[in-house]
Design a protein around this ligand. Structure first.
Ligand code: B3K
Ligand code: ZN
Length: 893
């Protein structure tokens, strides 16, 4: 039976039911006797009644704990257990503080959920956000209860030489010997009050990289990154990223590091990317470890952005935290915005900034737009949930970041910095709401559109769904004016059939027929009504409008561009985002035409105008390689599917494959030239210029291998194989392997074997090896049997989330052409693995469950088969709350 099984109907938690806590906890002293099988936790709290709330019983949250003792002011007291809560009714009256001592035990070694205190490869770790602290001790497990923490860790010295918790190490030393030999302890005091979700401890055998830095005010800080022995040579990039993050937050927002000591610890077993525990960030190894031999350019970029993200939480999340979990985007949307800005500020050129923006928008439009159109759609500030862990979503994070970005657009960059200062002046040390944040930004900019339209702007917080921005232009040659009429609508989402208009900042500029910017036309139009017109004066000839530049709002732009206009934008727009976007629109248009045409999939879906444009991009000397790679990459199958009311995944797959093959064969000479002129650019450096070159070389090699598979020419596959053997870095090596695998070339098998043999002791590289195979293009249904075979591979471990994701998620979530099989076998696989994982790790299972969110959109026979698989899961009696919520919502009308 599931440990976290909640009896009866799952409860729905509602935002409107928020009530302040009846008790406050001023301080907590925790003493841990760490033992994998049975860890003893002594929790000594200083508690008082909240004077603002009517007197009532104290209800402490707990989960999977063994309770041994409860003392109030040193004496025994009556208590009862109500479900998982510990209820204390006979507490001292009045508002004087009292001592509450609770002694419990828990079993970290059998904690497979990886929430609370658990063991990974012999080391203790914690994960408390959102509600994991209750699995460590009884507590008011809610973010608006902030306390001072003192933590004493006691353990066997040989097995657990390193003992870490939040804050400063104030004492350490030997204890009396235990049955396994010498024992020791360490005592940590966190100088900052914090909610319990930011508590952390780590105990085990770790080595560290250390760096001292001097802040602007002259204060010294110690930065440490803890990893397993053998991984130290993979920590330099994370340390550099951390130092850059600290410097950036001081320079851009005036926010200094407020701790003497800042630690990052890496673990292989982690449900998500990383966690911002105060002063003791815990990271998935995937987002810390990187060296040129094992990590790709994408890994390097991810490490920088996740290290930045967690560090930035120190102010946006930790110093100012959330009042309740409905406010999650307060910290997550804002912190994603900050990490995006950080990554952009780290690169020198405008075009590298644009590349980062395109990548962020591509993720948003592919995955978040799909979420916003499906059964799990929710506003960035949700109104209700059954399981909060299901709401750590692309909507809360990525769309939340877009909402913050729109605020910055509306008040300007300086105005936004001013707003941030006011936010911290008002709320430092508090647990607050999204309203408080928006109010601070608006109040610091009283004359801005944001301040004038604030209540309406906040519809972005309360309404789900992706708005449609309709646009129409009319040129008046006599008056030399161009009138752009903008209007908005938003499709219904669960529980929200009708939407009020949003405030949409639309960055616009006009191009002349030669593609040059028409002076004086660039502006940001703020659409707040259902529709509005804007007139551009002194427009000498019919212009081409460049609308929603830089993707200035998270909307779907609908404008009836002609192909000629899109080609002009692609060739000339001074806004790099819209240049890329024009190419995507052209490709999408051709893809949709081929998908919707009757009869067989055309062998050449792309027209000559498109091919010529792509050739021109590839040959353009002034364009960056990274940008070329983005333009030459076709819209994904998932993105294409989102444009259709009825989805035939196999048809989409076949059309996109035909398009890829056409690009590969028709531009073969250009690909070869691109490869030759960009490859092998010296010693590995992860900067945007060299990583852009490598990305373009990788795409070229993919294309050349794809063309070769059809022509039978052995030259390029031979080169790719050679690079798998002797590439100087993982980016080149992995791209070469991937080119062979995704073109389905016969050399792929030998290359995969060679790669595996070489990296069999590198967990993160093996994850790539599994993911590559599970995510490869399907040829005649070969992927599923191969995935099933890989499940039995000695290196496959389903309980390790990274490994489960690399094989099972790569197949179900990231390979639509292989997953959606006419025989429904992909869905059966999904069903069985959702249930298998549900039995030991509900959070990971619920993520996998999301793979069938969009089943209603599917054509037959997929739709019925998917529905049956979901119904099968929903019918199980022992589902976790996490999975239950996802499948129930999927099946709801
Ligand atoms: N705040 C954590 C996420 C916690 C997820 C809990 N299910 C990481 C982050 O967003 O920085
Ligand atoms: Zn975060």
């Amino acid at each position: 039976m599931m440990n976290s099984l909640h009896e009866g109907a799952p409860t729905l938690i509602r935002r409107e039911d928020y009530a302040a806590p009846a008790f406050l906890i001023d301080s907590v002293a925790l003493t841990f006797d760490l033992d994998p099988a049975k860890t003893r936790v002594l929790n000594q709290m200083r508690v008082r009644r909240n004077p603002d709330v009517p007197a009532q019983a104290l209800r402490l949250d707990g989960e999977d704990l063994n309770l041994a003792r409860v003392l109030v002011n040193g004496a025994g007291t009556s208590f009862k257990l109500d479900g998982q809560q510990l209820v204390l009714e006979n507490l001292p009256e009045g508002t004087e503080p009292f001592d509450l001592e609770i002694f419990t035990t828990c079993a970290p070694a059998s904690n497979t959920q990886l929430m609370g205190l658990y063991v990974s490869q012999g080391t203790f770790f914690t994960q408390c956000e959102a509600e994991g602290f209750r699995r460590i001790t009884y507590f008011l497990d809610r973010p608006d209860v902030m306390a001072s923490y003192t933590v004493t860790l006691r353990a066997d010295k040989a097995t657990y030489p390193v003992l870490l918790s939040n804050g400063n190490l104030v004492e350490e030393g030997a204890l009396e010997d235990g049955p396994n030999g010498p024992r020791h302890y360490a005592k940590w005091v966190d100088p900052h009050k914090k909610p319990c979700y930011l508590f952390a401890l780590v105990a085990g055998q770790l080595v560290r990289r250390e760096q001292k830095i001097i802040a602007r005010n002259g204060q010294e800080h110690t930065l440490q990154i803890y990893v397993r022995a053998g991984d130290l040579d993979k920590t330099e990039h994370a340390m550099n990223s951390l130092m850059a993050s600290i410097a950036w937050d001081e320079a851009r927002f005036g926010l200094p590091l407020d701790l003497e000591r800042f630690m990052i610890v890496a673990t292989s077993d982690f449900n998500m990317g990383a966690m911002e525990n105060k002063g003791l960030n815990i990271f998935n190894t995937k987002f810390v470890l990187a060296n040129p031999a094992t990590a790709t350019d994408v890994d390097y970029a991810n490490v920088e952005s996740v290290v930045g993200h967690e560090y930035f939480h120190n102010w946006t999340g930790n110093r100012v935290t959330c009042r309740d979990w409905f406010q999650l985007s307060l910290k997550e949307g804002l912190t994603v915005f900050r990490d995006q800005e950080f990554s952009m500020d780290m690169v020198a050129s405008a075009s590298a900034r644009a590349v980062k923006r395109i990548e962020d928008v591509r993720l948003l439009r592919t995955a978040q737009f799909a979420e916003d159109a499906g059964p799990m759609a929710h506003p960035i500030r949700p109104d209700q949930y059954q399981e909060i862990n299901n709401f750590y979503t692309l909507t809360v994070y990525e769309k939340g970041a877009e909402v913050v970005r729109m605020m910055q657009t509306l008040v300007g960059r300086d105005g936004f910095a001013r707003g941030m200062r006011l936010y911290f002046e008002r709320h430092d040390g508090q647990a607050v709401t999204c309203d408080d944040f928006a109010q601070a930004i608006a109040d610091a900019n009283p004359d801005s559109h944001l301040a004038l339209l604030l209540p309406q702007f906040k519809h972005w917080y309360s309404q789900a769904g992706t708005p449609r921005l309709h646009s129409q232009g009319e040129y008046d040659a006599d008056a030399q004016t161009y009138t752009l009429t903008l209007s908005q609508s938003c499709p219904p989402s669960p529980g929200q059939p009708v939407k009020a208009p949003f405030v949409i900042p639309v960055a616009v500029g006009l191009l002349d027929a030669q593609g040059q910017d028409i002076p004086g036309t660039a502006r940001t139009v703020v659409l707040s009504d259902t529709s509005a017109s804007v007139v551009f004066e002194h427009v000498p000839s019919a212009p081409v409008p460049s609308i929603l530049r830089g993707f200035s709002a998270p909307v779907v732009l609908q404008h009836a561009y002609t192909d000629a206009e899109l080609l002009t934008l692609l060739a000339h727009d001074s806004d790099a985002f819209n240049r890329w976007e024009a190419g995507q629109r052209l490709a999408l248009r051709l893809a949709l035409a081929a998908i919707q045409a009757d009869g067989d999939v055309p062998t050449e879906p792309l027209d000559s105008a498109y091919m010529d444009a792509m050739r021109a991009v590839l040959q353009a000397p002034q364009l960056d390689a990274a940008f070329k790679e983005l333009v030459l990459t076709l819209p994904s199958e998932t993105y294409i599917a989102e444009q259709l009311d009825m989805v035939d995944p196999q048809r989409i797959h076949a059309v996109r494959e035909a398009m890829r093959l056409q690009l590969a064969t028709a531009l073969q000479t250009d690909w070869a030239h691109t490869f030759e002129s960009h490859h092998d650019n010296g010693a590995y450096r992860p900067d945007p210029v060299s990583s852009g070159r490598r990305a373009l070389v990788g795409l070229a090699l993919h294309m050349l291998c794809l063309a070769a598979r059809h022509s039978g020419d052995p030259v390029w596959p031979g080169k790719a194989y050679q690079r798998v053997k002797d590439a100087g870095n993982m980016t080149d090596r992995f791209q070469s392997l991937s080119a062979l695998v995704s073109s389905g070339h016969e050399l792929a098998t030998a290359a995969l074997e060679r790669f595996h043999a070489r990296f069999q002791r590198e967990e993160l590289v093996l994850d790539k090896w599994f993911a590559l195979q599970a995510g490869a293009p399907d040829h005649g249904g070969h992927i599923l049997p191969m995935v099933q075979q890989l499940l039995t591979h000695p290196d496959f471990h389903i309980k390790n989330p990274n490994r489960a994701r690399s094989l099972i998620f790569s197949y179900c979530n990231a390979n639509p052409g292989a997953f959606h099989r006419a025989d429904g076998a992909g869905y059966t696989f999904w069903r069985d693995h959702v249930l298998a994982i549900n039995a030991f790790n509900p959070q990971v299972a619920a993520r996998l469950a999301r793979a069938l969110d969009r089943w209603r959109q599917l054509a037959e026979p997929y739709r019925s088969a998917a529905c049956a698989a979901i119904e099968h899961v929903a019918a199980q009696p022992d589902l976790s709350n996490d999975v239950r919520e996802v499948v129930t919502r999927a099946l709801a009308d």
